[in-house]
Design a protein around this ligand. Sequence first.
Ligand code: ADP
Ligand code: MG
Length: 302
Amino acid sequence: MFVAKTYSMPEKKDNMQITVPHRMSRKSQVQTVVPTNHRWQTDTRAVNDTEEQAIIRSQNFSLHYGSKVGVKNITMDIYPHSVTAIIGPSGCGKSTFLRSINRMNDLIPHVHTEGRLEVVGQNIYDKRTNLVNLRQEVGMVFQRPNPFPKSIFDNAAYGPHLQGIRRKDELQYIVEQSLRAAALWDEVKDDLKKSALALSGGQQQRLCIARALATKPRVLLMDEPCSALDPIATGRIEDLMGQLQSTYTIVIVTHNMQQAARVSERAAFFCLGELIEYDRTSKIFSNPGKKGTEDYVTGRFG
Ligand code: ADP
Ligand code: MG
């Protein structure tokens, strides 16, 4: 698991831009991403009527910053080829949980975890986990676009270069495919040597998505990816999520209820570090099972 992938030059393919309409039935598009010989336990702790197996399984997962709770006893399954939104008031553990999925919290001192967090059947908190490979499998996009002060090309080629890919034609191919997948290629194809910092905020965020996609992750984590963007750039990122979900598993933290309703298939409501409710987004917004969820989604608190 998490073995570094090698790239081979593909046979002639025009592009990998995905044109699947948002939320079309995924039955026909499903790729196998979970080992078929893996037998999951039979209890379902999240709504799943698609016969798909979870790609991320959190089992009584807790994270503390020293004595402070980040998240407590989170048990939830996240399904592939869909967008899962994490919603909830500020400080309730949304980012903590998201960062836990690729162990970004490891960089923070005094962090300690309990329980299990599996990605594709592997407990990622196992000592043997290779963090570089994990973060290539589970890419992350942050609140503020954070391109490196390098060219557009070098940003998109960063991950593959780290993976040891040196052939120029191979890197060029990956850069083009990643920029196409992030719906940025047409805007930058003549300026690949230009500094990434010269791009607009929305373009920088799409470049960060391209940079994450370049290592061919299975999972894309997005922590309030539109909160620094204007409505037009936000719309483009939301459209992009709709396109990417047929290939990737997207987990997005958002404090924007409309955005969660627009982009996600399932939504998890967090409060004070705990998972209060997790269900189909339509149910969370129209008929939540818990009073706390209802109060939050109707704007009564938060
Ligand atoms: P959210 O993303 O929902 O706003 P966070 O996951 O950032 O919430 O924070 C959850 C809790 O963990 C908060 O009480 C916050 O103060 C605390 N926390 C977050 N990051 C750190 C950190 N680096 N060090 C200490 N405490 C932190
Ligand atoms: Mg946060």
